[in-house]
Design a protein around this ligand. Structure first.
Ligand code: IDP
Ligand code: MG
Length: 150
């Protein structure tokens, strides 16, 4: 099933120069970029994005972290894209994340885990709408997709 998901490269990954490494994984998997923008996320937007975690012990540090520098905000499209992206990110705690995943290969702590990805179709819809206008979401055909999808 064709899906779109919201993926965000967090400030630690940007500061560590890991943007290209991370992007190349999504590109090589065959996912299609639908929207990409670099953004220093305003506090109110960060708090809305992570609204489900309000009241938890890590909420304030999480908002500090996510607003501390630029993030690369993206929408990726593909077959079962939400789960595929979550799988490529690895478990929330990088110590539990499998080798071969972004977090398992490149991170060590939950509070500096490099990347965000929507966890369900509802979250994906909500997060895409929160970060992008309709005109920023680009619908287009790729000739290579006949080699991605049967
Ligand atoms: P996810 O990013 O894998 O979906 P969530 O549970 O939704 O994980 O948590 C959102 C983000 O909050 C995590 O990616 C991580 O940056 C941060 N976070 C979650 N739990 C902790 C914690 O126990 N300590 C520090 N940061 C945390
Ligand atoms: Mg989450």
């Amino acid at each position: 099933m064709m899906e779109r998901t919201y993926v965000m490269i967090k400030p630690d990954a940007m500061q560590r120069g890991l943007m290209g490494d991370i992007l190349s994984r999504f590109e090589a998997r065959g996912l299609k970029p639908v929207a990409v923008k670099l953004m220093r996320i305003p506090r109110e937007l960060a708090e809305r994005h992570y609204g489900e975690h309000k009241g938890k012990s890590f909420f304030d540090p999480l908002i500090e972290y996510i607003t501390s520098g630029p993030c690369l905000c993206m929408v990726w499209e593909g077959d079962n894209a939400i789960q595929a992206c979550r799988q490529m990110m690895g478990k929330t705690n990088p110590q539990d994340a499998a080798p071969g995943t972004v977090r398992g290969d490149l991170a060590l702590q939950t509070g500096r885990n490099l990347i965000h990805g929507s966890d369900s179709p509802e979250s994906a819809r909500r997060e895409i709408e929160l970060f992008f206008n309709d005109y920023e979401l680009v619908t287009y055909e790729r000739t290579m997709d006949i080699w991605m999808y049967e």
